[in-house]
Write a protein that binds this ligand. Structure first.
Ligand code: SAM
Length: 194
């Protein structure tokens, strides 16, 4: 039986109690329809998955789909802002993989400050990932990918590694963009020691 996560006072959440095991934890930030989370949780029962979504509408839709998939015990979803959630509720060196797929690109310069893959998210990734843990990001927006690369370069502990395209579970946007044949820019970053 799974326990719903309730956010209360700040402090690292006891994920091993929440999931009832010590399995590795992967988090998707901005899960939209939650397709990646559901497929990942069903195909990898020995890994725990947590989704964090800022939009109430998408949180409800993702949660509805999780329930329709019989609420896998290794999957929890939360309504929260990603960077704030990591900062306040996730302990240091505790996460195996952080996933960020197709974050809103905010293409106009005056809106760039709303882009959530930037310094504060990368600072949190360096803090919450286990040594050797990974941050995986995909975007279809070239300008945003360049912005991301500039911020990643300022975080030398996050080392770029090869990411061969595999048949990993697709997100809703990934599936849509594959059909359209769009270019996709990816970052697979491993937390090193430097
Ligand atoms: C373009 S959708 C992509 C959804 C999904 N990752 C996919 O690939 O199908 C971007 C999602 O990120 C969410 N989002 C945007 N900013 C966020 C933030 N700061 N924290 C958490 N979620 C966020 C949006 O509400 C939206 O659901």
């Amino acid at each position: 039986m799974s326990v719903e996560i309730q956010l209360g006072l700040p402090g690292p959440l006891p994920f091993s109690e929440i999931f009832g095991n010590e399995n590795p934890l992967e988090i998707e930030l901005g899960f939209g329809k939650a397709l990646f989370l559901i497929r990942s949780a069903l195909s990898r029962p020995d890994t725990n998955f947590l989704g964090v979504e800022v939009s109430r509408q998408w949180f409800r839709e993702g949660k509805r789909r999780v329930e329709k998939a019989d609420s896998p015990p290794n999957l929890q979803v939360l309504h929260a802002e990603a960077v704030d959630f990591l900062t306040r509720f996730v302990g240091e060196g505790s996460i195996a993989v952080l996933h960020v797929y197709y974050p809103d690109p905010w293409p106009k310069a005056k809106h760039h400050k709303r882009r959530f893959v930037s310094g504060p998210l990368l600072d949190q990734a360096e803090r919450v990932l286990k040594p050797g843990g990974e941050l995986r990001i995909a975007t279809d927006h070239e300008g945003y990918s360049q912005w991301m690369a500039e911020h990643i370069n300022a975080h030398p502990k996050l080392e770029a590694i090869d990411w061969p395209i595999q048949d990993e579970p697709l997100t809703h946007f990934e599936a849509k963009y594959r059909i359209q044949g769009r270019d996709v820019f990816r970052f697979r970053l491993r937390l090193g020691a430097s």
